[in-house]
Design a protein around this ligand. Sequence first.
Ligand SMILES: Cc1ncc(COP(=O)(O)O)c(C=O)c1O
Length: 430
Amino acid sequence: MDDLATRDLIRYSGRGAFSPDVIARAEGSSVFTEDGRELLDFTSGQMSAILGHSHPEIVATVREQTARLDHLYSGMLSRPVIDLARRLTETVPEPLDKAMFLTTGAESNEAALRMAKLVTGKHEIISFARSWHGMTQAAAHATYSAGRVGYGPATPGNFALPVPDAFHPDLVDAHGDLDWRRQLDLGFDLIDAQSVGSLAACIVEPILSSGGVVDLPVGYLAALRDKCHERGMLLILDEAQTGLCRTGSWYAFERDGVVPDILTLSKTLGAGLPLAAVLTSAEIEQQAHDRGFLFFTTHVNDPLPAAVGNTVLDVLSRDRLDLRAGELGERLTGGLRELAGEHPVIGDVRGRGLLVGLELTAGSDGGDVDKLGAAVTQRCTELGLHMNIVQLPGMGGTFRIAPPLTATEAEIDRGLAILDEALTHVTRTK
Ligand SMILES: Cc1ncc(COP(=O)(O)O)c(C=O)c1O
């Protein structure tokens, strides 16, 4: 890409740069550069395009819905919104019976946090120390993985909880394994010590994605819910990346048998188009309404993205993409584990379904893992595979691999072969 291409653009990725190619079009699991090269898109765009790019049924829905009813005054309702609320609440357990629709993940978390504060009458918010909940005010102040420095004071009463990361355990038991119960107890002891008695909510991802694809240990979510409820707090689950079949079940929280007080969805709900949702119980919705809950945005409950959401639900359930994500996930993680046998720089393979983390290690020579990750990313791009690297200091060797749920076996295998070649090239020339 020449300098002219970026001359007029504001850069917004922290210290990161734009990807090197200008993308002309996308289809299925691939994007195509202006100079005609195909890149396998193993990030599903920004972890969103679960049906691949330009899925024919989404294209048809956008065409038809734009022509019939595109956008409305925010207080007006339309059939796509009414249908999506009913259908989406049918995909989640009781008592999550109420939904509203927004545009981005940050916005859905902003709405959830406002609702939690209004309903509890409190203001303190807990989230993980490597969380990412978005760039708007309350979401950003509950985000610890990046972006805190240089923007003035954060909202008082935001607390960080240590991440139960089994690969980098900070508190260990007698066997050297992560002692997450002790870690959770200690985390809450510190929060209780700092709290001014106004704990409103805890917001977490069931699998921390930007934080390095860290799956919560089995039992953790239930223990966290109990900690919240003991304190009169609400538990908000942010399933921006994990919701809508990506992990092999419709929602990641299903594994734990834990139902959040508020659930937020985004990215995957619109399968690449801007659609987000907040779901909660009729009881919480009533309390919020009684207190005058206000979250009136230009695109709240807009018909066009809601119609897209209905089509996403059609395709996911008709094609059983929950099962497909599980099968393809096994193929992908199986292949990555085979690569780990051949490439000692692979330290860990983890994740669920088609949300997979691959962590490179610096190795015995103490090399720079951030540089290693960057070199592998670059070589993958040259060879035709787009992969995303975690942008945290010292974690630049962790890849987030999340192909569309509509990917073929051949595409998964092609991605694995390219990664193999890239790892061989980079470690040979290191
Ligand atoms: C878990 C999670 N929540 C919220 C967000 C923010 O979503 P958006 O960028 O659509 O505001 C992200 C984005 O990466 C995310 O990963």
